[in-house]
Design a protein around this ligand. Structure first.
Ligand code: PMP
Length: 404
């Protein structure tokens, strides 16, 4: 049996649809982010990374690196087991306490990634709570969607950020159901932000739980980096806050925070938590240093805001269309998959600018884009360089301009 033929047939379909993913072969250099070496193409070249989710350069921060080195020297490489069987290291315990405190909750629980935390937690809540119905925002991340599928409970999809539709869907839930409203705070591709207060009001009215994914917000919003819920003074109205250690905190891992009973419930019943090796202690130590730093330091957040505003203003000045959202994500709308890929290729090859094209199925057809994430490491010169290159390419591709 030629199994490879089976694999290749489906891969060919992906290629024909233009959805085959090619990864940039990057080598990040300590202390030099957002610069990186690109090993793809002909020879090794210096590039500026414009699409990283290491939003605040914390993956390179000296305090984070030092904490990781120290933990590595002290505790070794791996955790040595699942959390239940010898894998709970004191670094995990400290980190969970810190996360609970960051979000104003009684407890927190670590997972190996943000993806796993959503998948495992929604799967467990939906499967185990009596008559559970999960009400999911239409643009929720794949990890939440897969978690809801895994739960095999009833689900209702409400229109993105539409509280009227959410109300209708809450009304449709049978009496006696446990309603769980699942949504994100900052949506990763459009960069828009959920109406959290209104969602909490509805949750109160219908006696529903609120589950918010703050993956693209933790570290960056709120006076201590507690996310959008912290910024809006709503943390105590959210039942469960989920986050990642892999984006603004610059390391890796995921987590949930909530009441002691909720966290104990997930800890005790979730296979995605129980039956997998715990995070390496050094990762936990690095994440802890990162969270503590961002709780105190406002510089990274302030500088990121500044650079985001500069990029937006420069794009506006030359009429390059970008989604006007209230977040740090700057989606430049190309609206054509072939041109989107071409612009990304030319930016990389001719200008040393790396931004991955975002095409269908990650975003709907006709909304293809370049998703820029300016951070504290991008200089004014980097912004000038990027905007100059985009200006020339926009003309070359005869793309539509925004009305200034
Ligand atoms: N939730 C959202 C909204 C995400 O965008 C992502 C990752 N892109 C995740 C969860 C998964 O987080 P992690 O990368 O830590 O697995």
């Amino acid at each position: 049996m030629d199994f490879d033929a089976l694999f290749n047939a489906q891969l060919d379909t992906l290629r024909q649809e233009g959805n085959y993913r090619i990864f940039a072969d990057l080598e990040r250099e300590r202390g030099n982010f957002p610069r990186a070496l690109n090993h793809g193409g002909s020879g090794v070249r210096d590039v500026t990374v414009w699409c990283s989710n290491d939003y605040l350069c914390m993956g390179q921060h000296p305090k984070v690196l030092q904490a990781m080195h120290e933990a590595l020297d002290k505790s070794g490489a791996g955790a040595g087991g699942t959390r239940n069987i010898s894998g709970t290291n004191h670094h995990h315990v400290l980190l969970e306490r810190e996360l609970a405190e960051l979000h104003g909750k009684e407890a927190a629980l670590l997972f190996t990634s943000g993806y796993v935390s959503n998948w495992a937690t929604l799967g467990t809540l939906g499967a185990r709570l009596p008559n559970a119905v999960i009400l999911s925002d239409a643009l929720n991340h794949s990890s939440m969607i897969e978690g809801i599928r895994h739960a095999r409970c009833d689900k209702k999809i409400w229109k993105h950020n539409d509280v009227e539709d959410l109300r209708r869907k809450l009304q449709e839930c049978p009496a006696g159901s446990t309603r769980i409203i699942a949504f994100e705070s900052v949506y990763s591709m459009d960069g828009d932000i959920a109406p959290i207060r209104e969602i909490c009001d509805l949750a109160d009215e219908f006696g529903a739980m609120t589950y918010v994914d703050e993956v693209h917000a933790v570290g960056m919003y709120g006076p201590r980096g507690g996310g959008v819920a912290e910024r809006e003074g709503l943390m105590d109205r959210i039942t469960l806050i989920e986050g990642t250690l892999g984006k603004a905190f610059g390391v890796m891992g995921g987590y949930i925070t909530g009441s002691a009973a909720l966290v104990d419930f997930v800890r005790s019943f979730s296979s995605g938590f129980i039956f997998t090796t715990a995070l390496p202690p050094a990762l936990a130590a690095g994440a802890l240093a990162s969270i503590r730093h961002l709780k105190e330091s406002r510089w990274e957040r302030a500088r990121q805001k500044q650079q985001v505003a500069k990029l937006r203003a420069r794009l506006d000045a030359i009429g390059i269309p970008h989604l006007p959202n209230p977040s740090h994500i700057v989606p430049v709308m190309v609206k054509d998959p072939v041109k989107c890929k071409m612009i990304s290729d030319v930016l990389l090859d001719d200008h040393g600018v790396y931004v991955q094209p975002i095409n269908y199925p990650t975003v709907p057809k006709g909304t293809e884009r370049l998703r820029f994430t300016p951070g504290p490491g991008h200089s004014d010169e980097d912004i000038d360089h990027l905007v100059g290159a985009l200006h020339a390419l926009w003309k070359h591709c005869a793309l539509a301009r925004a009305v200034a």
